[in-house]
Design a protein around this ligand. Structure first.
Ligand code: HSE
Length: 432
């Protein structure tokens, strides 16, 4: 074994960074044996230097992250500060000064992955980011390496633990969205400002990364259709149950039937209780992958938290250090397929539409005609009169597969009918 250590600079020492430092120290011998050389924490860049950090030598702590990545003797920079800047500049500077990079930064990778990969390649360095998607769950490496000989057709996952916790609560207790969110906040699952999670931004960044790798095509955050889950109601869960389904916030990356294009989207959807993703409870994540040769695979585990995310960071650190010792680099960006990334209108799926309609003769026929005029075939219709006898009824229409554009046209036309008093909810139905 080489005795000269590989030097690691840690950018950020919060929930994840402090766990990375702890594991590097407590598992130092094992890491050295697995890599073939010791790894040494050579510097830790933080915002608040006065904070006491157990197990970290205070002499390693600096507020000057730029100087740390410019040192020239750093082998690997571990970036766990998140956000776009200064993370992007620090990573680029790290490559320029001879270091490889391990990052957990989904927002940055989803927005600027192509440019960062290009910078890594230009300088002959590695850029690894297993921790950017679904915490501890191995996903990037299986998609990039284990399935490199297969053809992936679909990646569908629960990649946000906060929203899965909320939806699971609504499902199991009948609670409304706000009540479930309040509980998630009280238990520390949801942040004080939960927007990034509940509006689907976090999941959309992860979808962009997964789609890019799965389909060997550049998919940016802007290419991902996004709908949050704040409008999901207890009534939606009751409807889902009547269909033998539950509701999940799904990230879905799909290859089109003709193979020429792909789509990526995040939205709440009904899935059958028999689907493996339906059984993902609490704050857990899971990703269901469908490919030509392997068939169906499911990756499951904790998608957030200091220690699970640090596990993924450490795995990348070992891989990057091994590459470094071998004078090699691992796989970089693979975007050779350059498939068209299609807009949401071209997505084809099934829909569950709940309408409030006038309860009088001919209404059902009127509604059915609107669906027919837009080429959307109805699978089932269920009408329920209201016990209060207010002359209105609830009409639930479940469609066969149709394009999102056709469904949007159908709903616009339905809203114009006098007899349709309101469109209570529209939910896609997936996983059948
Ligand atoms: N906030 C995310 C979640 C974790 O709830 O899953 C980090 O991506």
């Amino acid at each position: 074994m080489r005795t000269r250590p590989l030097k690691v600079a840690l950018l950020g020492c919060g929930v994840v960074g402090s766990e990375v430092a702890r594991i590097m120290t407590t598992h130092a011998d094992d890491l050295a044996a697995r890599i073939g050389a010791p790894v040494e924490l050579a510097g830790v860049a933080v915002r608040r230097p006065s904070k006491v950090r157990a197990g970290i030598d205070p002499s390693l702590v600096t507020t000057d992250a730029t100087a740390l990545v410019k040192r020239g003797d750093i082998d690997v920079v571990v970036e766990v500060i998140g956000g776009i800047e200064p993370a992007r500049s620090l990573i680029t500077t790290a490559f320029e000064h001879g270091a490889s990079v391990v990052s957990a930064n989904k927002a940055l990778l989803a927005q600027d992955g192509a440019a960062l990969h290009a910078a890594a390649e230009e300088h002959g360095k590695d850029l690894y980011y297993e921790a950017a998607v679904a915490g501890a769950i191995p996903l990037i490496r299986p998609l990039r390496e284990s399935l490199a000989g297969d053809k992936i057709n679909r990646v569908m996952g629960i990649v946000n633990g906060t929203t899965n916790f909320i939806l699971d609560k609504m499902d199991s207790t009948g609670a409304g969205y706000q009540e479930a969110l309040d509980e998630a906040t009280a238990l520390g699952y949801a942040e004080a400002d939960p927007t990034a999670d509940v509006e689907g931004f976090d999941a959309a960044a992860k979808a962009a990364i997964l789609a890019g790798i799965a389909f060997h095509t550049r998919v940016r955050l802007d290419d991902v259709y996004r709908e949050g889950m704040t409008e999901v109601t207890a009534a939606d869960f009751r409807s889902a149950k009547e269909m033998g389904c539950t509701i999940k916030l799904l990230a879905i990356c799909e290859r089109s039937k003709d193979g020429a294009s792909v789509t990526a989207r995040v939205h709440p959807a009904m899935i059958p209780l028999s689907h493996p993703l339906a059984s993902v409870r609490g704050a857990y994540n899971a990703v269901f992958v469908e490919s030509d040769a392997a068939g169906q695979l499911m990756f499951y585990g904790p998608g957030a938290g200091g220690s699970p995310t640090a596990s993924a960071v450490l795995g990348d650190l070992v891989a990057v250090c091994r590459n470094r010792l071998n004078g090699a680099t691992g796989p970089g960006e693979s975007a050779y397929a350059a498939l068209t990334v299609s807009p949401m209108g071209e997505v084809v799926t099934r829909y569950h539409i709940s309408l409030d309609v006038a309860d009088k003769p001919g209404v059902l026929a009127q509604v059915a005609t609107v669906f027919a005029e837009h080429g959307v075939s109805i699978d089932t219709v269920r009408q329920q009169g209201r016990p209060d006898g207010d002359g209105e009824a609830s009409l639930v229409v479940v469609t066969h597969r149709a394009s999102d554009a056709s469904l949007t046209g159908t709903v616009e036309a339905l809203r114009k009918l006098d007899t349709v008093r309101g469109v209570a909810s529209i939910m896609r139905v997936e996983g059948e």
